[in-house]
Design a protein around this ligand. Structure first.
Ligand SMILES: [Zn+2]
Ligand SMILES: [Zn+2]
Ligand SMILES: [Zn+2]
Length: 188
């Protein structure tokens, strides 16, 4: 630790920043982050996603906490009263998926959630609409971006790969009806 610690207000002033304005900016940004109540199918707030428009097609990154999420889409499926409870990791499908873990955390915190009445809230396999009757799961893609159909049941964030010149997407979060999920579980 340095011998002498500085007052943060003085540090800001030396940088030519008005501490009052800095506080306002900080609160505005925190509020913005908190305000977006939509949760992506990956189980993390839409606001934790950034879109890089410079690449074609635009690439999406999800960073809900210190970890990098594999998610490369923004697919809002849930409305959450407190989106700060949605930052957990996925290990498998159902209650080991980040989306259900966030709902579980909301339950513990006494916060409400609701499925969004969106057309894309359907079963990935049979495309049946099943609002409130779909379970999140993670499926594997091969390096060319085609689904292999393999259900991920022991996901490790370390599997996340990013090569120098090409963004290789290996996993996709999907919603599945119970019937289609059971089929995939049997095939896993
Ligand atoms: Zn996502
Ligand atoms: Zn995510
Ligand atoms: Zn289905």
């Amino acid at each position: 630790m340095p011998k002498q610690l500085d007052d943060p207000a003085e540090v800001l002033k030396k940088l030519g920043l008005d501490p009052e304005e800095a506080i306002q900016a900080d609160q505005r940004l925190s509020r913005m982050r908190r305000k977006s109540p939509h949760i992506c199918v990956c189980g993390h707030p839409v606001s934790s996603h950034t879109v890089d428009e410079s690449s074609k097609p635009p690439s999406v990154f999800c960073k809900p906490s210190k970890m990098n999420c594999h998610c490369n889409q923004v697919l809002p499926v849930l409305y959450a009263e407190d989106n700060r409870l949605f930052w957990r990791k996925t290990n498998s499908y159902g209650n080991e998926h980040a989306l259900i873990r966030g709902i579980t955390a909301s339950m513990s915190a006494g916060k409400k959630v609701s499925w969004l009445p969106a057309d894309h809230v359907i079963c990935y396999d049979c495309e049946r609409k099943g609002r409130g009757n779909l379970l999140p799961a993670l499926i594997e893609f091969n390096v060319y971006g085609y689904p292999t159909g393999k259900l991920i049941t022991d996901y490790k964030m370390t599997k996340f790969k990013k090569s120098d010149d090409d963004y290789v997407q290996e996993y996709l979060d999907v919603l599945l009806c119970r019937k289609c999920l059971d089929k995939r579980v049997l095939g896993a």
